[in-house]
Design a protein around this ligand. Structure first.
Ligand SMILES: N[C@@H](CCC(=O)N[C@@H](CS)C(=O)NCC(=O)O)C(=O)O
Length: 202
């Protein structure tokens, strides 16, 4: 039995996409962040970092989206290339997302969701510049014509997609300025499993 503790956020949707790609059945346990359910003792017993996503895979509890995806990929022998170079590159892109686009776009979004008068202008500039830089890095990588970050479709793509798709939906200039990243978003968005995973939880 697989239980996914989740909320409608980019980090959580990485996991529902991976589960859908692997064709696994799983129970969705919605965690209401707005009600502080991630702070309850019951949830802290699963993740001392009080954040979603958390995966309970038949009693093995894993948190951190990158670790969850790596666990699923290795257990099922998919979503990570079989050859050693491809494998480490898929993991490299997963780490790159969690240390790059994730925290920087997350903090930029947190600022931009505030009323304009309450925003910290320095933070908006700092995180905005870093997001633009990271998108340009991805564009440079994809400019060699590879369809996916690690060559073949992998956890490296799944880690990035739920973060970049909303920028594409908003036609946000820092993303739209990067033509190879735009094509990559459109390519991943066509996958039926991605479309299903992006709707979890409803
Ligand atoms: N590095 C973590 C980040 C997890 C994370 O930031 N989760 C957010 C939702 S996307 C959360 O649980 N926020 C609730 C809170 O901080 O109280 C991962 O990749 O799993």
């Amino acid at each position: 039995m697989i239980r996914l503790y989740t909320a409608p956020t980019p980090n959580c949707r990485k996991v529902s996409i991976a589960l859908e790609e692997l064709g696994l059945s799983y129970q969705v346990e919605r965690v209401r962040l707005e009600a502080g359910e991630q702070l309850t003792p019951a949830f802290l017993a699963k993740n001392p970092n009080n954040k979603v996503p958390v995966l309970d895979d038949d009693g093995l509890v894993v948190w951190e989206s990158g670790a969850i995806l790596l666990h699923l990929a290795e257990k099922h022998g998919k979503l990570v290339p079989a050859d050693p170079a491809g494998r480490i590159h898929a993991i490299q892109y997963a780490f790159f997302q969690n240390g790059g686009i994730g925290p920087n776009l997350g903090r930029l979004g947190a600022q931009l969701r505030k009323p304009a008068a309450e925003r910290n202008v320095e933070m908006v500039e700092l995180f905005g510049d870093e997001v633009s830089r990271l998108l340009a890095v991805l564009d440079r990588i994809l400019a060699d014509g590879r369809p996916y970050l690690a060559g073949e479709y992998s956890i490296g793509d799944i880690m990035h997609f739920p973060w970049l798709q909303p920028l594409h939906a908003l036609q946000a200039p820092p993303l739209m300025d990067q033509p190879h990243v735009v094509q990559w978003v459109l390519r991943i968005a066509e996958r039926p499993a991605v479309q299903r995973g992006m709707k979890v939880p409803e």
